[in-house]
Ligand binder design. Structure first.
Ligand code: SF4
Length: 472
């Protein structure tokens, strides 16, 4: 039995706040034996992580308590990603395993949200083959979670509600941040670029900037609560403000945030290479609280492939901006995203990518095999690269970039860097981990009491993806 709720009006912030109050009361009246519990599993990007923090805040306000194991949860939320096929397969695999858990705990509610929920063929698959999934909602209506949950309890029917687009009013909802010393701040949602391989414009909608005042208030609140580091989030932060009436641009916003006392580190992602300006780079160089880190996804080094990807920049224009940033920001850490085996990629195109990464000298890169995403133009390109060729190119890319990463890390040996201590090593409780201002991961012996503080660490040793040091 299914209930598909039709959209009858624009969602509003009240939908969320009111829903929380009503569900909280309903749970208190109907579930008196023990507190209801929840777990949220998140796949994908930082936008999803931030959405999960908001959903955690919402369900805690409704009366749920967080647990670490699905077996103990009365509510399981999968916040999903569509960017790669692997993640999608994993979600379906995990969902299948939840069937047995639900049998043991019939009051359990299983919810699927995030980018996968935005695709009709996935919702159809859930309807047909995953009857134990109780709630399906999209990236534009997470504020409706309390209402959907309560309807699901009351009528014991599946609730599916996915909006194609919407206003992100849920930012005003409570959130439960993962850390109390570093956090994400959404500055905008969606993307207008339609790169030919990407599902984001179809799952997250068109660009919508939050108002500058709202963002500044959130950062101020975090500064007042003792946060040391913030990361400003958007699919393309460089086009922040284009949809607002005011003439504010991202560089102005960044400058105002840098003036807020208390926040010691400001990061942002993601920057689209076509939109990053010298002005923005100059602002980065001007303020010591803006981290010396730039993630600038190049995706490919061949102009022919960049054109097919609809990226709207060339290798030359990209390198010009990157080199300018390197020249004005001391000790800049640069990172990128790379796609191997895009449809039509020839050996010569791939060689252009290799020469690009050699020239750029990245500190690290997120490299992926191209994976076709249904509904995107590249997925139906007849010129798909065979899997074995993709894998062979990927291996050669690793052989090229890894020595560069190592060399750049080795250049830091002997230097003393400031590090935000983030946690304890999984394998050794006497070892702490943290990030340098340039976002390099570093391990060092220390007291867990240092977590959340910024310390000076002398780099003793380097590996390809990690530094090792000692607190000074
Ligand atoms: S800029 Fe391109 S790759 Fe990035 S989210 Fe937008 S469409 Fe996707």
């Amino acid at each position: 039995m299914e209930e598909i709720i039709e959209l009858t009006q624009e969602p509003t912030a009240q939908t969320g706040e009111l829903g929380i109050t009503i569900l909280n009361q309903w749970i208190r009246e109907n579930y008196t034996e023990h507190p209801l519990t929840y777990i949220i599993k998140t796949w994908g990007c930082q936008m999803n992580e931030r959405d999960s923090e908001i959903m955690a805040g919402v369900v805690e306000e409704c009366g749920y308590t967080r647990v670490d194991r699905e077996e103990e949860a009365d509510l399981i939320v999968y916040n999903t990603c569509l960017i790669r096929e692997n993640a999608e397969m994993k979600v379906f695999g995990n969902l299948g395993q939840l069937k047995a858990l639900k049998k043991k705990n019939p009051k359990m509610r299983i919810a699927l949200c995030g980018c996968m929920a935005q695709k009709e063929h996935i919702v159809e698959k859930l309807k047909k083959s995953y009857p134990h999934v109780d709630l399906v909602f999209g990236t534009h209506n997470i504020h409706e979670l309390p209402v959907l949950l309560m309807d699901s309890y009351k009528v014991n029917r599946r609730q599916i509600h996915v909006l194609e687009d919407g206003v992100k009013t849920y930012q005003n909802l409570p959130s439960r941040r993962l850390y109390d010393f570093k956090g994400f701040v959404n500055i905008m949602f969606g993307c207008n670029n339609f790169c030919s391989y990407c599902v984001v414009p179809y799952t997250r909608g068109r660009e919508q900037s939050r108002s500058k005042d709202e963002i500044l208030a959130e950062v101020q609140e975090m500064a007042d609560s003792g946060y040391q580091e913030i990361t400003l989030l958007g699919q393309n932060v460089n086009s922040y403000g284009n949809d607002l009436d005011s003439s504010v641009v991202f560089a102005d916003l960044l400058e105002e945030i840098a003036a807020i006392e208390g926040i010691k580190r400001i990061r942002f992602m993601t920057s689209h290479p076509k939109d990053i300006s010298h002005h923005l780079i100059d602002i980065m160089a001007k303020y010591p609280t803006i981290c010396n880190q730039l993630h600038l996804p190049v995706q490919a080094g061949s102009n022919r492939i960049l054109k097919k990807m609809n990226r709207k920049y060339t290798k030359e224009s990209y390198l010009e901006k990157l080199n300018y940033a390197k020249s004005v920001i001391p000790n800049l850490t640069i990172s990128t995203d790379l796609i191997v085996g895009f449809p039509g990629e020839t050996e010569a195109d791939f060689q252009d990518t290799l020469s690009m990464v050699r020239e750029a000298e990245y500190d690290f890169a997120f490299s992926y095999l191209y994976s076709p995403r249904a509904g995107t133009p590249a997925a139906t390109d007849p010129d798909q690269v065979p899997d074995d060729v993709k894998h062979h190119r990927f291996d050669r890319l690793m052989e090229t970039v890894n020595p560069i990463f190592l060399r750049k890390n080795e250049a830091l040996v002997g230097k003393t860097l400031t590090v935000l201590v983030e946690g304890v090593s999984k394998n050794d409780s006497s070892i702490l981990n943290g990030r340098t201002k340039g976002s390099k991961l570093i391990h060092f012996p220390g007291d867990p009491g240092l977590i959340g503080s910024i310390v000076r660490v002398n780099v003793k040793r380097a590996q390809t993806f990690i530094l090792f040091g000692e607190v000074e």
